[in-house]
Design a protein. Structure first.
Length: 274
């Protein structure tokens, strides 16, 4: 490799390291698009950075070296990942919501995107353990009141509980509140989803709260972009056969798509709905 090529590789790895530290994690497919190089090149770069102790490799990408499957990035760091995919998933999931229904939205950046798509659904009751999701509806109600002299139509029930780094409310208070409620559909965000581990999260308290949400729902819809498939967090909270539908995006490989279709009762790929 020439000195010029060495310099390019060093610059590329410096950019990757900066992204890992700034955003709390990177995905291989994002880096290939941004840096206009092959998957193999990015994976070699990550191998080098991992050997140097600068990053820790995870399924599909890398995180800061101190982070493990028990690490939970903050909301802002996770919001920066797969923005387009999350918006596509949110639009597809919103079409599943009927006026006048009672739904639940778990914490997560994809459910946050979904909340923004539901503001015009009339007579909706929303149960959520996400401070961010609740803020979406609260802000919309304030705007509606200021413009039209009336309150918005959504009724929001915030569970209470202990706040996680991703602004979800979890723990015994949240679990007790959720246990007394019943809703038509739960839209559930996940850290990871796989055949072996099912649905998982880095936060053990959040795992228990998610279990309570699933028990209180007549129908469970997981909203997860393609990078979540094969990722495993510290705590599992649900099996794949407990999920009615997964809504994901078109970034799935053919192999992954076939595996998901084989193990999931229902699979919706945003943008490809019939």
């Amino acid at each position: 490799m020439s000195d010029h090529q060495n310099l390019l590789a060093e610059q590329r790895r410096a950019l990757i390291l900066d992204e890992v530290r700034r955003r709390g994690g990177v995905r291989v497919n994002e880096l290939t698009r941004r840096l206009n190089v092959s998957d193999m090149t990015i994976r070699r770069d990550l191998d080098v950075l991992a050997r140097q102790g600068a990053v820790a490799k995870v399924h599909g990408g890398a995180v800061p070296v101190a982070e493990t499957s028990s690490h939970e990035p903050g909301f802002e760091a996770k919001s920066a990942l797969e923005l387009g995919a999350k918006e596509e998933i949110a639009r597809a999931a919103a079409r599943m919501v009927a006026p006048g229904s009672a739904i639940a939205l778990s914490g997560g950046t994809t459910t946050f995107a979904l909340a923004g798509q539901l503001l015009d659904v009339p007579d909706l009751t929303v149960v959520t353990n996400s401070v961010r999701v609740a803020d979406v509806f609260h802000t919309a109600q304030q705007v509606a009141a200021a413009r039209e002299g009336r309150r918005g139509t959504a009724t929001v029930v915030l569970t209470g509980g202990v706040r996680t780094p991703s602004d979800s409310l979890v723990g015994p208070v949240a679990d007790q509140a959720i246990g007394s409620l019943h809703f038509d559909v739960l839209f559930l965000g996940v850290h990871g989803i796989s055949v072996e581990a099912g649905l998982s999260t880095p936060n053990l308290a959040e795992a228990e709260t998610n279990r309570r949400l699933m028990r209180s729902a007549r129908r469970v819809v997981v909203v997860a972009d393609h990078t979540k498939w094969g990722t495993v967090g510290l705590g599992s909270f649900g099996r794949l056969d407990e999920v009615d539908t997964v809504v994901t995006d078109g970034g799935l490989s053919d192999e992954t798509r076939a595996e998901m279709a084989e193990h999931l009762p229902g699979l919706v790929v945003a943008g490809e709905e019939e």
